[in-house]
Design a protein around this ligand. Structure first.
Ligand code: SF4
Length: 353
């Protein structure tokens, strides 16, 4: 049975409200929060310091996370792991774990989470965008992905911990802003996951009103904006939401974000051969972001079956990055992770098993 209240999707103050309605003191909510987000249990029986009566009362109105992994794929070269999850209503989403660094203390483990089932934006280079939109995920369903990745890591028995979270999986996070921000607050809470706010990045293709809203969040999120083009004509084709929020408006909102929040924005730019990778594009891109607190991540297009786009050659990518650097732009060429298991940027699709 799917119960309406997902216990793990409730913030501490909401859990306190719930236990109060059952005649219990606030500290029971703290205990519950720890069981859910520190111990990450999935069964009532595991909550040994919660009275049986309260567990029964809670079970009558709320559900625990139900982790149903349909498929696990691991990239043999870089270890990137992609999980396909089934949700309580039968919908499916994918989430990805990426490993950075050579091991030991320096190793960084990033969970890439989906925010929607499918995506309504329809970027023409993206597998998710080709599949259409089904629905928004709840905060609980977003957190379910982190829990599933954590359980996967536990199974490896190497004591690895998720250190970073990026909302860059399926869907446009800022079209499901409330659930994404709620999941972020729960992930940051020191009684649970305790992931620092600088280690959680929200990505957007450019939903202008929500970018302005995020600037006023406390603390403001790390923000990544998928730019991918330097003219409205090209961006209209690659990222159709550009027709609603054209480049001028988007960059105005980004500038406002950096000024209000004091935070740098990361601009993501997928290089596609012959579409957005010319020297003139590099010059225009430098002009667009140079006077802002900004950083540019260059990505190389990852092949998607059925799409005609191609990746530029490595030397063209280096030349593009070099042009940006010479114009004073901070830039990195991001290594594509998980492309052998269709887990890289733009490749998630949540296909059947
Ligand atoms: S790139 Fe992001 S916003 Fe665009 S269609 Fe894919 S998931 Fe949606």
């Amino acid at each position: 049975m799917v119960r309406e209240v997902e216990l793990h999707g409730l913030e501490l103050h909401e859990l306190q409200g719930l236990v109060r309605t059952l005649g219990e003191p606030d500290y029971r909510a703290n205990q519950l929060f720890r069981w859910l987000h520190l111990q990450r249990v999935t069964e009532w029986a595991a909550m040994t310091n919660i009275p049986q009566k309260l567990r029964r009362q809670l079970a009558a109105v709320a559900s625990l996370p139900s982790i149903n992994i349909l498929r696990t794929l691991e990239d043999p070269e870089d270890g990137t792991t992609k999980l396909l999850l089934s949700l309580p209503d039968g919908e499916r989403v994918e989430c990805v774990l990426m490993f950075y660094g050579r091991g030991g203390e320096a190793r960084r483990l990033t969970a890439c989470l989906s925010s929607q089932v499918g995506c309504p934006i329809g970027c023409t280079f993206c597998a998710t965008g080709q599949g259409g939109f089904r629905r928004n995920l709840t905060a609980g369903e977003i957190l379910l992905q982190v829990m599933a990745l954590w359980h996967h890591l536990e199974g490896r028995g190497k004591g690895e911990r998720i250190s970073n979270v990026v909302f860059m999986g399926m869907g446009e996070p800022l079209l499901n802003c409330e659930a994404v921000l709620k999941a972020r607050r729960i992930l940051m809470h020191p009684l649970g996951w305790g992931i620092g706010h600088r280690r959680i990045t929200i990505s957007t293709c450019g939903i202008v009103p929500q970018i302005k809203r995020l600037a006023r969040e406390t603390p403001p999120p790390e923000l990544a904006v998928s730019l991918h083009a330097t003219t409205d004509a090209v961006r209209n084709k690659l990222v159709p939401v550009n027709r609603r929020y054209p480049l001028g408006e988007l960059l105005g909102a980004c500038r406002e974000y950096t000024e209000v929040s004091g935070r740098r924005i990361t601009f993501e730019y997928i290089l596609i051969k012959g579409i957005n990778d010319s020297p003139a594009d590099a010059e225009r891109l430098a002009g667009l972001v140079r006077d802002m607190l900004a950083y540019v991540n260059l990505l190389v297009f990852n092949p998607v079956p059925g799409l005609e786009f191609q990746a530029p050659a490595a030397e063209e990518v280096r030349a593009f990055a070099g042009r940006l650097r010479r114009r004073g732009v901070e830039v990195a060429v991001r290594e594509s992770r998980g492309c052998r298991i269709a887990a890289a940027c733009g490749q998630l699709r949540a296909e059947g098993v």
